[in-house]
Write a protein that binds this ligand. Structure first.
Ligand SMILES: [Zn+2]
Length: 264
């Protein structure tokens, strides 16, 4: 018989622990042992369910837009730096004189320090997107993993560029209570998004631009990626970005890096 992976064993254990704790609390306060399993399961659902909703603010605030009086949006680019995509993305941003925030993966920053430094040198912002980007398991991270993934990424960025990060975006936008607590301990504001073309999954530039355009409002946080997907050619991300910037301009939107006060 094939045993479940360590990840699923950990997740199941976590769920059962939450269920039993919920049941025990219910029994203590309501004196209803017959419904312990049902209510325990309900408690588990209330705790685990929101961790699987992207940008869910159940466990703490997640910024999905910023305050602005003008027709502007915030461009955010996740999962880099990547040597086959990021330099071309930076070239496009430079040509259009657009500034963006790069939510980077700590181990990629260590692997490509020159790209992290270039991002900053060209006036963009570098922020925290965890050290390893555990997209399949981070939603179930315990306190130790949540803290180390966030702390190690902040440290990698600081060691290599000197920048002090102030913002955090969870992989896939999934964040449980331990992730929120770890972000708060590291003085990081949780950042989500409000306009995405789902370009982290497939490379379909027109579909990506269409989806983003449909979701645009003043103060929108736009999500793009500069990672490399399978079968993707060098600079493919840059051509998607060109298309998105053209749509933004046609709709009368400028790109801006919001002040911390606009996120309050
Ligand atoms: Zn990501």
């Amino acid at each position: 018989m094939k045993l479940p992976s360590p990840h699923w064993r950990r997740t199941a254990t976590h769920a059962m622990s939450v269920a039993l704790a919920g049941g025990a609390l219910t029994q203590t306060f309501l004196g209803a042992p017959a419904s312990v399993i049902e209510l325990g399961t309900l408690c588990a659902g209330l705790l685990l369910g929101p961790t699987l909703v992207k940008n869910c603010a159940w466990f703490g605030p997640v910024k999905k837009r910023f305050t602005t009086d003008t027709r502007e949006v915030w461009l955010t680019i996740d999962d880099g730096p990547n040597p086959e995509q990021t330099p071309y993305v930076l070239d496009v941003l430079g040509r259009h004189q657009v500034k963006a925030t790069f939510f980077v993966i700590g181990k990629h920053v260590q692997r490509h320090p020159e790209l992290a430094r270039r991002i900053l040198a060209e006036g963009h912002a570098l922020q925290n997107h965890t050290y390893q980007h555990l997209e399949r398991s981070f939603w179930a991270a315990g306190p130790r993993v949540a803290h180390s993934e966030i702390e190690l990424c902040s440290r990698a960025i600081a060691d290599i560029t000197g920048a002090v990060v102030t913002q955090f975006r969870a992989p896939v936008g999934f964040a449980n209570s331990f992730v929120h607590a770890a972000a708060a301990t590291n003085n990081l504001t949780m950042i989500g998004w409000s306009a995405t073309g789902c370009d982290g999954i497939t490379h379909r530039p027109i579909q990506v631009a269409d989806r983003i355009e449909t979701a645009l409002h003043p103060g929108s946080i736009v999500l793009l990626h500069d990672s490399k997907l399978p079968k993707m050619r060098a600079a493919d991300r840059a051509s998607t970005l060109e298309l998105v910037l053209a749509r933004l301009a046609a709709a009368g939107y400028a790109c801006a890096l919001p002040q911390d006060t606009a996120l309050g």
